[in-house]
Design a protein around this ligand. Structure first.
Ligand SMILES: [Ca+2]
Ligand SMILES: [Ca+2]
Length: 291
């Protein structure tokens, strides 16, 4: 995974880290139209609104996690909490797996200004493209505290205040598109890339070594099973061949022994029988001569 700047924070591995944000795009890694998310993910990261008294809006652009047991149990999931703890009482009401797209306009708010995202996938099926989620720090202005242009706040048309750093980056942070208005605000000269994070659980070297050794041991186990099975088959075939060969030899020996041990008078009787036939034939010939 490549590193990137998140509000000035240089990162090489986003999991397990905390960030102060104005806005950010979270993506599973890799996210493309052809590649799926990765198995064995367990990525936890926390965000806090950079400005005090701000909330954070979570908007799911795309959710595509479809490893679901019995239609309800998310084996791969994306969960959000309103604190740095993962207590059930802090869990935000969201869609944790399945499918959503931008047309669903699914969004919810962390009122504390803190969001913890937890992405997990088991080692089983990887079914889906993952997710893209926009986090936006914002506040609702009031008469005594309107959006402050001098403090780099931008007034959305719907009344919310967001950071002016989020203008013209291709992502609708206001929810009404006013921060991306190409008629009044944005043009080809001031468009800028959005701040993004790829969520990827980079396994520690210990975990990698463990997984490698586990794979090797599984291969050795199946190889031994195959070897034992092959040896058993070979042993069975050899044993069968041995008995067949031994049976053939014994049969030949019995025939030879029978022939050798046959009394001469029997063998003579056999010859006599032949002679009788010859005699009969002669007699027939003789009878023929009589006709
Ligand atoms: Ca899975
Ligand atoms: Ca924007």
């Amino acid at each position: 995974m490549t590193s990137a700047n998140i509000d000035g924070i240089k990162r090489s591995n986003v999991c397990g880290e905390g960030y102060r944000i104005e806005g950010v795009l979270l993506k599973s890694y890799p996210y493309s139209t052809s590649e799926t998310y990765l198995p064995y993910e367990d990525c936890l990261m926390s965000f806090q609104a950079r400005r005090s008294n701000n909330q954070i809006r979570i908007r799911i652009l795309t959710l595509d996690l479809n490893d679901i047991h019995a239609g309800t149990d998310c084996l791969d999931s994306l969960r959000f909490y309103k604190s740095v703890h993962m207590k059930d009482s802090d869990k935000l009401d969201s869609v944790e797996c399945g499918q959503l797209n931008e047309t669903n306009n699914f969004s919810f708010i962390s009122p504390t200004g803190i969001v913890t995202a937890h992405f997990t996938s088991d080692g089983g099926n990887v079914n889906g493209l993952g997710f893209r989620v926009v986090l936006t720090s914002f506040r609702s202005p009031n008469k005594t505290h309107p959006c402050d242009l001098n403090d780099e706040e931008f007034p959305c048309e719907n009344g919310d205040c967001i950071s002016s750093l989020l203008l013209c980056d291709g992502i609708d942070h206001c929810l009404d598109g006013s921060d991306e208005s190409t008629n009044l605000l944005c043009n080809s000269n001031n468009m800028k890339p959005s701040k993004q994070i790829n969520i990827e659980s980079k396994p520690s070297s210990g975990e990698t070594t463990y997984q490698q050794w586990r794979g090797i041991l599984i291969l050795i186990f199946f190889f031994i099973i195959f070897l034992v099975f092959a040896l058993f088959i070979i042993y069975f075939l050899c044993r069968r061949c041995y008995y067949l060969s031994k049976s053939s030899i014994n049969s030949a020996q019995r025939r030879y022994s029978t022939m050798v041990n046959t009394p001469l008078n029997v063998r003579k009787q056999s010859a006599t029988t032949t002679r009788v036939i010859t005699q009969n034939s002669t007699r027939l010939d003789a009878d023929y001569n009589l006709l």
